[in-house]
Design a binder for this molecule. Structure first.
Ligand SMILES: Nc1ncnc2c1ncn2[C@@H]1O[C@H](COP(=O)(O)OP(=O)(O)OP(=O)(O)O)[C@@H](O)[C@H]1O
Length: 705
């Protein structure tokens, strides 16, 4: 049998020592990797695909940590994010590298001959001229064909990303491990949180180490502390441990609790600007009780873009102009400051930590729970370490396990076989579903606010489903569907949220997109899903969101419970919309009918009046005599007491009357007993909610008790 390690190698044979190709000593090919190494090599699975995406994911990981932290202490979140562009010289001076001019230009990948450069610049100047002209005429900027542009790899761009919050802060001694040890965190429990894997912040650090070599800096203070913890660290990738540069307590005069994280990474603002801004907008939509300040601070002096007409700077977009983003373009990199104001002071209830449902546990988990439990005997263990096992049920389960089990037996004495028996029974026995009490959905109120803010629709409907279960984990699906609005494209506009995180990538594979595209028969709700401007918002919350990958980018379409709940929530919204759409159609038809009748009034009055005038003349000239009532009428025509105008008025009144009667008859036939109205309804009054929401298609009115 071979053993591994140096001692097992056979000593070299002195006679064969001079051989030209010495036979390699047999050594094991077995190697280990630390989690940090693994994620550094496979950073795409955590959403760190390329520099642009890395910038985006860094921002979202820091923002989501800030929100989790503030909400965990029931503090209305205030989050400030700054992305500061760092020019090459500044970056070099940060790392202590002296700037060096190029000497041998032809050595570089982006080298262009003078002729090629001249040709490219004149082409770009022409395109710029056209765009400027179009912009000044207020015309839409047309996308020119994709140009090859400058050849060669673009130079790297660096950014300092800072995220400051008013959250819980972190215990001084835990900070190095929280940021310098992959797969460490405080959110592993069974609880609805945005973070889950203990990875995001470390990935930002790993990427900074890979791209700039600079450490991460953390400032943190907890409530009641009279100091601020400061920590500068990087990560020992091979050992997966923090490498601490500075870790100290600093006196603090200001009473502040929260954290401020700063990291310098390579990124690409120009290509991911719109994604990052979309993300900020959507997180503000789903978190209306938070206040966000987002800043992009460009390395380009402000006066450069300020010196140009606003029409040009606003309309400018390198993608439009050249068919690709020019990382060096100063117009794409102008400063941005956006404040997303808080729109409500009411936070959804804090999600609660819950226990495992017996149907969701595996053997390993049961073993871990046994190791960690403080309960003495099996009965207490079953009763207290799981949800939905009351005492009497625990006793029945123990009876069912067999004669070698008893309620009083020590939980820690269970053998491996006995644990397998418990597991088998857990899989086969019937348990009540876990309740959704531990979850904190966004709420119809927030969803509706978000849709109205984002799309300004003509009509909107929202629905909040009851808690459901997949693999023993409770989940709640909420949906909102809207029709119409400004700046909304025709067809389906899908917005997805999971545990109140906006999901912006991998739309095609996501359960919400697939359901909306393939499983909803839009036309049966009088909605044209290719022509109408439809907004579909779906938010899923759960103690376990089955994300595909650690990047938390989408929920797969393979969990039938979630797919069914998503479909049903969208359908519920569509049912509400259908009745609104029918009423609108009805009102439109009525208007149309009236317009058609009114169109004939001038001709009809003209014709009738001409006949009456003829009749009146022949009556006066005694060519033809008319009796009583008719004679009276003709007299009025002759004396101009009845004119064309009188007839017009009477006919218009008649049309009004007929139209009203027809509308009533139509309404009676189609089962609508009232005149068209806008629906407004009161949400059910939950025990823990101290408010009532009045919903209307265009506003939500919240009454506090
Ligand atoms: N701004 C913050 N305020 C307070 N604690 C924080 C903050 N940022 C990070 N932490 C702590 O650091 C831990 C690690 O964060 P990290 O982003 O690596 O993972 P996570 O948020 O737990 O999970 P995920 O990888 O899914 O985002 C968190 O669990 C949290 O306890």
């Amino acid at each position: 049998m071979e053993t591994t390690g140096g001692s097992s190698e056979s000593p070299p044979d002195p006679k064969k020592g001079k051989s030209k190709t010495p036979r390699k000593a047999k050594e094991s090919v077995l190697k280990q990797k630390s989690p940090a190494e693994f994620f550094a090599e496979n950073k795409h699975i955590a959403g760190f695909d390329n520099p642009g995406k890395c910038l985006y994911t860094t921002v979202r990981e820091l923002v989501e940590n800030s929100l989790d932290s503030a909400e965990s202490i029931s503090e209305l979140p205030v989050v400030e994010v700054t992305i500061e562009e760092i020019g090459k010289s500044k970056y070099n001076s940060m790392i202590g590298l002296v700037d060096r001019e190029r000497v041998d230009e032809a050595l570089y990948d982006d080298y262009e001959t003078a002729k090629a450069r001249e040709k490219r610049l004149s082409k770009q100047a022409r395109a710029q001229e056209i765009q400027t002209k179009n912009a000044s005429l207020g015309k839409k900027v047309k996308e020119p064909p994709v140009s090859k542009g400058m050849k060669g790899r673009a130079e790297a761009s660096f950014y300092k990303v800072t995220c400051k919050d008013n959250g819980r802060g972190m215990p001084h001694d835990d900070i190095p491990n929280m940021f310098g040890r992959v797969l460490s965190g405080t959110k592993y429990g069974l609880k609805q949180t945005r973070g889950k894997f203990g990875l995001g912040a470390k990935m930002a650090l790993i990427w900074s180490k890979m791209s700039t070599g600079l450490p991460i800096e953390i400032l943190s203070s907890m409530k009641g502390q009279n100091y601020v913890s400061f920590c500068r660290l990087d990560i020992d990738i091979h050992r997966n441990i923090p490498h601490i540069h500075v870790h100290e307590k600093r006196d603090s005069k200001v009473r502040w609790h929260g954290a401020e994280i700063q990291v310098v990474i390579e990124g690409n603002w120009t290509t991911y600007r719109s994604k990052i801004l979309h993300y900020m907008r959507q997180i503000a939509v789903i978190t209306p009780y938070a206040q966000f300040l987002f800043k992009f601070v460009s390395d380009v002096p402000e006066y450069v873009s300020l010196s140009l007409p606003k029409t040009i700077t606003d309309a400018h977009n390198c993608l439009h102009l050249f068919g690709f983003y020019l990382p060096c373009c100063f117009l794409c990199r102008k400063n941005v400051t956006i404040r997303f104001a808080r729109r409500t002071d009411v936070m959804p209830p804090v999600p609660l930590e819950t226990k495992h449902h017996p149907s969701s546990v595996d053997l390993l988990l049961i073993k871990r729970l046994i190791t960690e439990t403080s309960k003495q005997n099996l009965l207490q263990f079953l009763q207290h370490e799981f949800v939905n096992i009351p005492k009497s049920y625990a006793e029945r389960l123990i009876g069912e396990m067999g004669p070698e089990f008893s309620p009083k037996m020590a939980a820690k004495s269970l053998t491996s076989q006995q644990i397998v028996r418990i597991h088998q029974l857990f899989r086969q026995a019937k348990f009540d579903d876990p309740s959704g009490d531990c979850l904190s959905p966004a709420g119809e109120y927030n969803l509706r606010l978000g849709i109205i803010k984002e799309l300004h629709p003509d009509i909107v409907a929202t629905y909040s489903g009851s808690a459901q279960v997949f693999e023993g984990h409770p989940f709640i699906v909420e949906a909102g569907v809207s029709v119409g609005g400004k700046d909304v494209k025709h067809g389906l506009n899908i917005f997805r949220f999971a545990n109140r995180i906006p999901l912006l990538f991998e739309q095609g594979a996501d359960v919400v997109t697939r359901t909306a595209l393939k499983r909803i028969n839009w036309s049966s709700y009088k909605i044209n899903h290719t022509q109408d401007k439809i907004g579909v918002f779906v938010s899923v919350v759960s103690t376990k969101i089955p994300f595909k990958g650690t990047g938390k980018e989408y929920i797969g379409d393979d969990i039938s419970e979630i797919a069914t709940a998503v479909k049903s929530a969208i359908q519920q919204c569509c049912i509400q919309l259908k009745s609104k759409i029918m009423k609108k159609m009805q009102a439109r038809e009525q208007q149309e009918r009236k317009r058609n009748l009114n169109r004939y009034i001038p001709d009809a009055t003209g014709a009738v009046y001409d006949v009456l005038k003829d009749m009146a003349q022949s009556h006066v000239s005694k060519k033809k005599r008319y009796d009583d009532e008719d004679a009276e009428l003709l007299k009025k025509v002759s004396s101009r007491l009845i004119t064309k105008e009188t007839l017009r008025e009477k006919l218009a009144q008649h049309v009004e009357q007929v139209d009203y009667e027809m509308a009533l008859e139509y309404a009676t036939q189609s089962g609508v007993s009232e005149e068209p109205r806008e629906a407004m309804y009161i949400q059910s009054l939950e025990a823990e909610n101290k408010f009532i929401d009045l919903h209307s298609p265009i506003f939500v009115f919240r009454l506090f008790q």
